[in-house]
Each structure stands twice: as structure tokens, then as C-alpha cells.
Design a binder for this molecule. Structure first.
Ligand code: TXA
Ligand code: MG
Length: 351
């Protein structure tokens, strides 16, 4: 049975918190909040714990896990041939929503890295995550705390939906502030390559180390684009709601008109329809279950609510979901990357 405990960042000396630390030390799994999304945590250097993570998530075991650390010395233990750029990035962005891919040391089992000779490392800023790492004295492998293929989790309620009964404990620390998974940058090649866009944008990375490129899979716009993702996890169907999601792009007024027509048609055919709108447009739709994801004046609000909205459409059993699109630069790059995957790259362009 899964223990579910609400925890307060200002009072982490509780018995509940100690129990979480003990469970991790025993090789058990504890889901915990981070500033990006919730993580499904286990001892990163314990092969059995790593196998348990894959099993709980229902995840293919060739999809490597991110190792979470709480101090910079961990880099030297977990990675070899660490380039100088890694330390500069750590200076600027750690603790925070940035993951670096480095050559792994012998300490890290292949079970954790999905058989790769590289390892993904992140130092989260969330106080609960940091204290779990520090007090357990472990490095915590933690993929996003969702069942494989489902939207990532940004609230304990989402984790309970997916993982109740599959993990020893779920720590409820409220909503994740960022709401999208960390930016992943690969530092093992000649140039730094972004494998997954996130809150730390390419522009921010370039101000620190320069020369950062996007992996081709990040810029993929259509299902037929024949690109192979370099982050193994990015090749799987991802973030998908149960209903069929279609993104509409083009002139705003035309997009609203087209979504209204599609929503009217599907509603009349008897389907439950969901519409992913914004504060600016939510009152302009006449059909379906309209959700405002955030305001276009502040992309951070959109990032924070994307996964939650997708999950809510599952709860309301939407068979068809129509979404507006967002500009794919800065944080929008990360938003559109997740939205396009959730839609299986189904986009209607209106010109
Ligand atoms: O924000 C986050 O990164 C969250 C929180 C919990 O920290 N974690 C997370 O983990 O998103 P996960 O497992 O859902 O996504 C990790 C991604 C996967 O796409 C995986 O393929 C990629 O990182 N990855 C991990 N190790 C890698 C490696 N050695 N080389 C390339 N990609 C790697
Ligand atoms: Mg994930």
C-alpha cells in the first residue's frame, strides 16, 4: 500500500520525512515534488531500485533515468572527463531545471543509464527534493512520476492517479512551479546539444557557454520528419491525453473560427469535446469544455498548466481536444515541443 503524506517545506524534520528517507535507503521508491515536475525516486546506484522504477512506470528499460544530486562534488563521482562548460552551466543554473549529459563513471550502473555509457545529471532546487538527497546520502534516480506515455505530473493528485499502489510513498508538496521537465543539454560531443527544451532556453545557455544547438528531433514539426531522437525517451509516444488532440495554427481569429466549427461538428456527432484556450480567447468558444491554459502575456503560466489541462481532459473524457498553438521561441519552444508530442504531431494550419 502506498503511503501518501503532505509535507511542508518549512518543516522537514517530521517523522513522515524521516520515513521517506528510510524507504529510499532501503531501495524503495518515493515519489517527490521538484520545481519542474514530480519525480519517481529511487537510489540511483542500486540496480534493483532502478529496475523497480522501470516497472512502476511501465517504462521500456532502454530509456535512461536522470540522476539527481545536491552538491557539485557529485559531478566528479558520477561522471568522467567533465568539460569546463559543465561547471560554468552549474554555476549559472544549478540548483535548477537543467540536466546535463556527461560520460558516466563506473559507479553508475547501466540499469540506471538504460545501457548507455553516458549519464544525465540534475541538481533540483526544490527544498523537499534537495533534503531527500542530502539526508539519505544517496543520488536519486527520478524519471517524471507518471505512467509511461501519459502527461507528466505537476501535482500529487496526478501522481496518485498514475502510481498509487506502485510505489512505497508519495510526498505531496503542492504544485510544481515550472510545470515542464528540465532542459537537457548533451555535453559529450563537440558542441553542446539541447536534447529537450525547457525553462532554461537556448538563449540562456548561449549566454553562458555559447555554440548551443538543438538536436534535430527537438525541431521536428511533423510525424513524417525522419529524425531519430538522441534522448532515448524522446522517441516514444509521450504526454498523450486519451482523447485525440489536434493543434490549430495560423491567424488567431481564423484559428478560433476553425476550432469552433470542428467543436460544433464533433459535439453534434455526440462526442465530448475539449478546447485548450487562453485567458485572451476562452470566452470566444461556444462548444465543448473550454479550459484556459494561461495567459499569452506570460508564457510561464502556460508552461505551468499544460500537463494539468491535458490530464483534466482525460478526467472529463474528452474524445476530441482542439488546441491553439504557441510561438515556438524562448519558453514557447518547450511548450510546443510537449504539445506537438501530445498531439502526435497532428496540426491543422490555416492560411
Ligand atoms: O525535470 C525533469 O527532468 C524531471 C524531474 C523529475 O527531474 N525528470 C524527468 O525524467 O523528466 P524523465 O525520465 O521523464 O526524462 C528524462 C529524459 C528522457 O527523455 C531520457 O531519454 C533522457 O532524459 N536521458 C536520460 N539519460 C540520458 C542519456 N544518458 N543520454 C540521453 N538522454 C538521456
Ligand atoms: Mg518523462
Amino acid at each position: 500500500k502506498t503511503i501518501i503524506k503532505r509535507m511542508d517545506r518549512d518543516n522537514l524534520n517530521s517523522e513522515d520525512f524521516k520515513e521517506a528517507v528510510e524507504l529510499l535507503k532501503e531501495g524503495q521508491l518515493v515519489a517527490f515534488p521538484t520545481e519542474t515536475v514530480y519525480g519517481l525516486g529511487g537510489d540511483a546506484l542500486d540496480k534493483t531500485a532502478a529496475r523497480r522504477i522501470y516497472e512502476a512506470k511501465g517504462r521500456p528499460s532502454d530509456n535512461p533515468l536522470i540522476v539527481h544530486i545536491a552538491n557539485i562534488e557529485a559531478l566528479k563521482e558520477l561522471a568522467v572527463e567533465v568539460p569546463e562548460e559543465a561547471y560554468r552551466l552549474a554555476d549559472d543554473f544549478w540548483p535548477g531545471p537543467l540536466t546535463m549529459i556527461l560520460k558516466k563513471s563506473d559507479l553508475v550502473p547501466l540499469e540506471t543509464t538504460g545501457g548507455l555509457d553516458t549519464v544525465a545529471i540534475r541538481m533540483p532546487s526544490d527544498e523537499i527534493a534537495r533534503r531527500l538527497i542530502k539526508e539519505s546520502g544517496l543520488y536519486l534516480a527520478a524519471p517524471s512520476a507518471n505512467k509511461s506515455g501519459r502527461p507528466s505530473t505537476t501535482k500529487a493528485e496526478h501522481v496518485i492517479e498514475d502510481l498509487d499502489g506502485c510505489v512505497s510513498m508519495i510526498i505531496d508538496g503542492g504544485s510544481s512551479t515550472i510545470g515542464l521537465e528540465s532542459t537537457i543539454v548533451d555535453l559529450t560531443g563537440d558542441n553542446p546539444v539541447i536534447l529537450r527544451p525547457g525553462f532554461i532556453t537556448r538563449e540562456m545557455l548561449n549566454q553562458c557557454i555559447g555554440g548551443t544547438e538543438y538536436d534535430k528531433a527537438v525541431l521536428k514539426k511533423e510525424k513524417s520528419d525522419p529524425v531519430v531522437a538522441k534522448a532515448p525517451g524522446m522517441k516514444y509516444r509521450h504526454y498523450a491525453p486519451k482523447g485525440q488532440l489536434t493543434i490549430y495554427e495560423g491567424d488567431t481569429n481564423q484559428v478560433i473560427k476553425a476550432i469552433n466549427e470542428a467543436a460544433k461538428q464533433k459535439t453534434e456527432e455526440g462526442f465530448h469535446v475539449g478546447i485548450l484556450a487562453t485567458e485572451e480567447t476562452k470566452n470566444l468558444y461556444s462548444y465543448g469544455d473550454v479550459k484556459s491554459i494561461g495567459t499569452r502575456k506570460n508564457e510561464e503560466t502556460i508552461a505551468a498548466h499544460l500537463f494539468e489541462c491535458l490530464r483534466e481532459f482525460d478526467t472529463s473524457n474528452a474524445a476530441y481536444i482542439f488546441s491553439e498553438s504557441f510561438e515556438d521561441n524562448y519558453l514557447g519552444q518547450a511548450i510546443m515541443n510537449r504539445l506537438l508530442k501530445a498531439a502526435g504531431y497532428q496540426v491543422v494550419t490555416i492560411d
